[in-house]
Design a protein around this ligand. Sequence first.
Ligand code: AVJ
Length: 316
Amino acid sequence: MLERVDFRAAQREAFRSDVAAGLSAPRKTLPSRWLYDDRGSELFEEITRLPEYYPTRTETGILRDNAADIADFCGSRAVLIEYGAGAGVKTEILLGALDNPALYVPVDIAGDFLVDAANRIEQRFPYIEIRPVVADFTADFDLPADLPKLPPRVAFFPGSTIGNLAKPDAVEFLARARAHVGPGGRMVIGVDLRKDIGTLIRAYDDAAGVTAAFNLNLLERINRELGGDFDLTRFAHEARWNARKSAIEMHLVSLSEQDVEVDGQKIRFAEGETIHTEDSRKYELAEFEALAASAGWRLAQTWTDPDGQFAVLGLA
Ligand code: AVJ
């Protein structure tokens, strides 16, 4: 219990310092991880069900259609390490297909979330041992020393969350996962692929305005947690394609010149000035293969949907 209180307080302070730094920078920016408070996580769940948001349903379809093949790639008695404990339908598809899995290790920064996820998996798969690990998987961390090394461990990173990381951070993450699974280890990772810009923009700026609400919730969170006075009617959601980065960028655009106060600090906005809140990189297969190779991985298997929108990759 005390641990949770400490964790919350530490998170609050990290949020405060990221907001102070990000909003006083010449190009205003906030790390995308702050989009996911309780309300933001709810809105993201809603996004995954939108007709325009193709990644979740496409990836789930790929996992379902190729479950036996993917399970084969993972091997018998697998120790499955999941980064960012979704424990949702994708995890259930993989765990359900694995041949006699030895252990499931969900890794997540949010302890409460981990406990819920672990409980759900325990209900569904009472025969699988579960070892939750509380850690920020974007930073360096060690797995518990007593995790079995044999049979080979398998890292699982669905959702194309790798797309949120800048390239050097993505390489660092992949190299860490490589070290975590050890020699003979494997990885199953979801990667969203480059496609026509219209499809991408629609996926990140849906007609029902759910993604807009998801993005604007960040300002509400600042108001709520840091006593900010953002007027949400004076900012608008924007999804932009950045060709150089091959990424969809989310921005919050100031609709007028205005001053906002956060945490006793005055922040000035010009009309049209933006806060950059997220990058979602879209890869070509060959480009991702090279990225993975620079982190010590060989692309061993590619599973994709009939339209080639999304890829689930087997790395060895
Ligand atoms: C959960 C990070 C994969 O980048 O597609 C959805 C987040 N942002 N709509 C993505 C998101 C706007 C999503 N990821």
